[in-house]
Design a protein around this ligand. Structure first.
Ligand code: CMX
Length: 145
């Protein structure tokens, strides 16, 4: 059994959904009563992100604007749909190390800067039964290293 330190709290930070038509999909969610509050361009990932709060979590609609985007490659290969699940962790470096110690293949062994000043790291879908999992640590919980 894996030894999880006491006090570790994890929740679903957001669910990333790959879309071709950000405007059309935003309208669909608005019909369901979920309203997009922000839109952000993440140049490094080649996506426009529509942020839709949903209770304690949020839905992020990911619309690629370049063919080089990992999301564009995903849509080409698998079609639109669930792209990743992001888990909010309190200590991302500790979580990465625990994953590595247990043989999980990480895309990022060092956290990098994501949207909103969060530190993020991805687990490889080959190690997770096919779901891309993102770890994210909010800026308030980011400690200087
Ligand atoms: N969910 C599940 N599987 C995925 C996936 C996803 N989101 N993206 C890729 N894969 C799978 C592919 O289907 C492929 O599987 P098979 O080998 O069985 O066919 C495998 O992963 C490798 O994919 P690939 O198309 O050959 O692409 P790459 O190896 O170049 O990259 C990956 C794959 C996951 C390493 C890359 O997409 C990546 O680094 N992703 C993390 C970054 C990212 O997705 N950013 C967008 C998020 C935007 C944001 O939150 O801001």
């Amino acid at each position: 059994m894996i030894d999880i330190p006491s006090g570790v709290k994890v929740k679903v930070d957001h669910i990333g959904i790959a879309v071709r038509d950000l405007v059309g999909m935003t309208a669909l969610y608005e019909q369901l009563g979920l309203i997009k509050t922000e839109q952000e361009t993440v140049e490094e990932q080649g996506v426009q992100v529509g942020i839709i709060p949903a209770g304690e979590t949020r839905i992020e609609l990911l619309c690629p604007f370049t063919e080089e985007s990992p999301v564009a490659k995903f849509i080409e290969k698998k079609g639109e749909g669930l792209h990743h699940v992001a888990l909010a962790v309190t200590d991302i470096r500790e979580t990465i190390q625990r994953c590595l110690d247990n043989g999980v293949k990480m895309i990022d062994v060092e956290p990098r800067l994501g949207a909103g000043g969060c530190l993020i790291a991805f687990l490889h879908p080959k190690s997770t039964g096919g779901t891309l999992i993102e770890l994210t640590q909010r800026p308030t919980e980011v400690e200087p290293h």
